[in-house]
Design a binder for this molecule. Structure first.
Ligand code: M6R
Length: 614
């Protein structure tokens, strides 16, 4: 949450910063701001409530000159989203400017102490405390800016990625991080700074990922130097970025979400590539094979994740228990980290996260690690905090996901979980060779089957038009399709703001059936699997109460297509992979309903792509 970007070098900073903010807008869009050091050394801050475009509009009449600057796009935590609470923030003397991503938990105490020393606060944010504290330490100890930052950080409790610039200093940016990500890009005589690599990639492919408790002293005089909080200098570990600019653009689609839905035939192929052999007789997830003994001897697997990744985790539970006969528990990372869970040495914890930066999932990983569990990560963003904190893992390789609603990451996560279960089940001997080969075959068909489903785009758009009136929706599924129903409901509510609930269909008669009337559309995933007959009875119960049914069915269905009010026909696959296919029309349905309701699909209200605060 919150995106930060910085530049220092021989180019004009403002165009780089504003473009960087657009790239990072998925991290928050409550307000935006920029601080620049002008040619004469003056430090100026411009900021405004609203999206980055609003800041850009304001900046048209301002002096944007300068070769050093920092900028911020905010997802509000402390203080309402208004101009004053927007970042950057000045220090008392207006000599320093700061941008911050994270939460300072002890800000109230620090603020009181600073106020007692004559410091006045303009905003309601926790972030302003940091810059005031740095200035206070600078003044009272007569120390340099990097030293004052280091000493100030020792006083902070919480999470931060910060960048600070100083009036009169055209050659230096100080940055630091703890639990919020920060990347430094290294160009020719210039440096970039950002919450992730997306604002950097078009300028350089050389980056350094800061570690927790590291401070970067970025100077045009001495280059990049990194220190830990105890002032020990660290080695500079330069990594090569594997990211292309075209992946960060809409490519002709009206929204990133639609582009990402349509990318799925390719992203599924990318997730499988190099892991399933061309003869389709073998699947190898190297993170599992490299740790074969640990996986084979695991007494228990705990999956931790949030949101959509948690839904993928539920499918992972079904897959691993079915194929590997290892008990699996799926936990919301936010609950797991605070409830003193039993974690034993032989346990494996699988952390699933698209961004690899979700604060709760990262904290759950750290907790499990401290108790001796083996940690396996399933992430999308290469080099992300969770990917780096795990013992081993598998990337889903679906490319940057920018729309706030997760789509291709979900199908990629389930695909990787399927490969994990197949690899482990095969080596453990808990699945037959025939089963193994059959599932690999289905895995390899997924991509084409998704391409077929995407042909239904217009049909689903028409269907969406009919349902824009709805105030509530139910999504029902059973077995492997129950998590797909949860995921369908989450997609609809987060981008259309229509209330939607996902339920296991048989649970209907234990309460939710009371909600059914002619105003309440119900989406039922009714694929022709082993519980098809039961699903038909449940659909009849809803119809008998006047409910409207939109059914996801397979081509061989003869019954539900006659009972349902509307049908969406998807290709048949094995039950294990059914949620991958079923989720695609649900993504499109949510997308078009949101579009018809005039919602900001890629940047829905109150949300951010990476939830890097608790
Ligand atoms: O990056 P992560 O996978 O850890 O993110 C977890 C959730 O915040 C995320 O899936 C969220 O629920 C999405 N907006 C759902 O579309």
């Amino acid at each position: 949450m919150c995106g930060i970007v910085g530049y220092i070098g021989n180019k004009e900073a403002y165009p780089i910063l504003i473009k960087g903010l657009h790239r990072l807008e998925y991290r928050g869009y409550d307000s935006a701001g920029v601080a620049l050091i002008s040619e004469d050394g003056d430090l100026k801050i411009y900021k405004s409530r609203g999206k980055v475009a609003e800041l850009e509009r304001i900046m048209q009449s301002k002096d944007t000159g300068g070769h050093v600057g920092i900028a911020h796009t905010r997802w509000a935590t402390h203080g309402e989203p208004n101009d004053i609470n927007a970042h950057p923030h000045y220090s008392e003397s207006r000599n320093l400017a700061i941008i911050h991503n994270g939460i300072i938990e002890n800000y109230a105490l620090l603020k009181e102490a600073l106020q007692a020393n004559g410091y006045t606060f303009k905003s309601d944010t926790d972030s302003e405390v940091i810059v005031q504290l740095i200035e206070y330490i600078q003044n009272t100890n007569r120390c340099s800016l990097p030293e004052a930052v280091r000493r100030a950080l020792r006083e902070l409790v919480g999470a931060y990625a910060i960048a600070i610039i100083e009036k009169g200093n055209k050659t230096r940016i100080i940055a630091a991080r703890k639990s919020s990500p920060l990347v430094v890009g290294i160009g020719q005589g210039e440096f970039f700074l950002a919450s992730d690599a997306t604002p950097i990639v078009e300028h350089t492919d050389k980056v350094v990922y800061l570690n927790n408790d590291e401070i970067a002293d970025i100077s045009l005089d001495h280059g990049l130097r990194i220190f830990d909080i105890d002032n020990n200098e660290s080695d500079i570990d330069i990594k090569q970025l594997q990211l292309s600019i075209s992946e960060l653009e809409k490519g002709g689609y009206p929204h990133f979400m639609l582009k990402e839905i349509f990318e799925q035939p390719k992203t599924i192929t990318d997730a499988i590539r190099g892991r399933v052999n061309v003869e389709m007789t073998n699947v190898v997830l190297s993170g599992v094979i490299d740790n074969k003994e640990i996986f084979i001897n695991a007494k228990r697997i705990i999956i931790v994740a949030c949101g959509t990744s948690w839904h993928a985790g539920l499918i992972g539970e079904y897959l691993i228990e079915d194929m590997c006969r290892i008990p699996v528990e799926v936990e919301y990372a936010s609950e797991f980290r605070y409830r003193n869970p039993v974690i034993n040495k032989g346990d494996i914890v699988i952390a699933i996260s698209q961004s690899g930066e979700t604060a709760d999932t990262l904290a759950a990983v750290e907790l499990a690690k401290s108790k001796g569990a083996f940690i396996f990560g399933i992430c999308n963003v290469v080099g992300s905090s969770i990917a780096r904190a795990t013992d081993s893992g598998a990337y889903i390789h679906v490319g940057p996901e920018i729309g706030v609603a997760s789509t291709k990451a979900f199908t990629g996560q389930v695909t990787v979980l399927m490969m994990l279960a197949l690899t482990l089940g095969h080596h453990k001997g808990t699945i037959s060779q025939e089963f193994y080969l059959d599932k690999i075959k289905h895995l390899c068909q997924l991509s084409e089957q998704i391409a077929d489903i995407l042909q239904l785009d217009n049909q689903i758009a028409d269907l969406a038009k009919i349902f824009t009136y709805a105030r509530n929706f139910l999504y029902l599924g059973r077995g492997y399709n129950y998590p797909a129903a949860l995921e369908g409901a989450l997609k609809l509510k987060e981008i259309s703001y229509i209330h939607a609930e996902g339920y296991p269909i048989a649970e209907m008669k234990h309460g939710p059936i009371a909600l059914i009337d002619s105003e309440m559309p119900t989406v039922v995933i009714a694929t022709t699997d082993k519980i098809y007959e039961k699903t038909i009875s449940n659909i009849q119960e809803i119809k008998a109460r006047g409910g409207k049914i939109i059914a996801i069915i397979n081509p061989d269905d003869n019954i539900v297509r006659k009972i349902a009010d509307y049908i969406i026909e998807i290709p048949r696959t094995c039950e294990h992979l059914s949620p991958v296919l079923a989720s695609v029309p649900l993504q499109l349905l949510a997308y078009y309903i949101a579009v018809y309701k005039g919602r900001d699909v890629d940047r829905p209200r109150n949300l951010a792509k990476s939830v890097t605060v608790e």
